[in-house]
Design a protein around this ligand. Structure first.
Ligand SMILES: Cc1cc2nc3c(=O)[nH]c(=O)nc-3n(C[C@H](O)[C@H](O)[C@H](O)COP(=O)(O)OP(=O)(O)OC[C@H]3O[C@@H](n4cnc5c(N)ncnc54)[C@H](O)[C@@H]3O)c2cc1C
Length: 399
């Protein structure tokens, strides 16, 4: 009897063997649970949710029940998670779907990091414990309709001191998860000092109105909002005391910049695995297209891009863990990873021919979602300008 060849998709793609090297047995078991949950509860519905732009908000409870953030088996001696585990957790989510990764990570990554970095001990004690369970929900609202790339200098949202508290007026746009959040952390310019501060704003406060950004071709399951703040009253303790300037905010956001490589690797691995699955099943000229040289060359480029992006993410994580990750290196990694991501998802779409433009084959979803990742957390141009300034000593931001 001839033994059948091993299933190339039996295990998640990790040719360089990072998971075995960097994760504990407990962490690997937790990630296997995450994979199982996503395979069973999300994968069969992704195309429909994406097409209907339906936000699978119910998945938050199921993900929370896995205790991905605070299961004792995951905690190191100081109570923290290993950053490699955090990276692989993001990778696993993105490998399945970028929207689901954002619905989960916008809260447990972005909102939580800014709260922990800028909040007072009282604010953190009140809100942080509820974040992993999604009892407390939050988003981060930086971008404005008139200020995207130049928001650092151009922020127009104003916080005006008013008695013991504040009044907030302005407009934010593209804010992910806002309609499914209780709170937004809103950076705003202090009307007295001109400096950027940040505020915890209940999204049901009087004067807050929201509408969805519609017609998106990427991250269709994520609800991105246009939020208006019309003279919103805020208590004194709404201000995050650790954020007294845009530089303070940047320093906090910098802690998250290593994650983007894991996300870009996860999306590429998802696209690669979908393309390989399709190529093995689709027959032309009497044999699977996976057996043709030109298709194998595309699969090779996809795999190489994905693995190289993962290798870069691992290195960035090591630097971050040592406190040695500088802005320019993070910017270089973001722009390079996002370029590889765009190339990889386009190759995957191509491998599936006409089916590659149908969302039901996954490849179109990865193809479209890559555009959001390419743009947020610093566009290609902004990151190139950060790298350019570091390597030449010349700032070209306004030329
Ligand atoms: C799906 C999605 C989710 C998002 N989620 C959030 C969120 O949760 N919270 C949040 O605050 N924001 C969010 N954003 C906003 C995101 O951070 C911004 O889109 C991003 O910063 C770019 O801003 P912009 O879209 O206004 O582009 P613009 O700043 O208008 O830029 C347009 C183009 O001009 C280029 N450009 C601008 N200035 C220069 C220059 N000096 N030199 C060369 N080129 C230049 C840019 O690189 C870009 O290609 C999200 C965006 C997307 C797409």
């Amino acid at each position: 009897m001839i033994a059948s060849p091993p299933d190339p998709l039996a295990e998640p793609t990790d040719r360089l063997g990072y998971a075995d090297d960097l994760l504990t047995v407990g962490e690997r078991a937790k990630l296997a649970q995450l994979r199982r949950l996503l395979d069973e509860q999300a994968t069969p519905h992704l195309a429909d949710w994406w097409e209907q732009a339906e936000c699978p908000v119910h998945l938050r409870a199921e993900l929370a029940a896995l205790r991905l953030e605070d299961d004792e088996v995951l905690l190191r001696q100081d109570g923290s998670l290993s950053p490699y585990y955090v990276g692989f957790k993001h990778l696993e989510l993105q490998r399945v779907d970028a929207s689901i990764g954002t619905i989960y990570g916008g809260q447990t990554g972005m909102f939580r990091t800014v709260l922990r970095g800028g909040g007072s001990p009282e604010q953190i004690a009140a809100l942080d414990p509820g974040i992993p369970s999604f009892e407390t929900t939050g988003c981060f609202a930086l971008t404005e309709p008139e200020h995207g790339s130049d928001v650092a200098g151009g922020m127009a949202t104003l916080a005006t001191p008013d008695g013991d508290g504040w009044r907030l007026s302005g407009h934010k746009r593209w804010i992910g998860n806002a309609p499914i959040s209780q709170l937004a952390i809103v950076p705003a310019r202090n009307a007295d000092t001109g400096r950027v501060n940040a505020f915890l704003v209940p999204l049901d406060a009087p004067g807050v109105t929201m509408s969805d950004v519609d017609g998106k071709i990427a991250l269709r399951m994520v609800r991105n909002s246009d939020i208006r703040f019309d003279d919103v009253p805020l208590a004194a303790d709404a201000r995050l005391p650790g954020i007294g300037s845009f530089s303070d905010l940047s320093a906090i956001l910098a802690q998250l910049r290593y994650v983007i490589g894991w996300n870009a690797a996860g999306l590429q691995i998802g696209a690669y695995e979908s393309a390989l699955r399709y190529a093995l099943a689709r027959e032309q000229f009497g044999r699977p297209i996976a057996g043709f040289q030109l298709v194998q060359e595309k699969l090779t480029r996809m795999l190489g891009n994905a693995e190289a992006t993962l290798a870069l993410a691992v290195r960035l994580t090591t630097l971050k863990d040592r406190g040695a990750l500088d802005d320019a290196t993070a910017a270089l990694a973001k722009t390079w990873s996002a370029d590889r991501l765009r190339e990889t998802v386009a190759l995957g779409r191509e491998i599936a021919g006409a089916e590659g433009i149908r969302v039901h084959r996954n490849l179109a979803r990865f193809f479209a979602d890559a555009e959001a990742v390419y743009t947020f957390e610093g566009t290609h141009e902004m990151n190139s300008l950060i790298v350019g300034r570091a390597v030449t000593g010349l700032s070209a931001f306004t030329r």
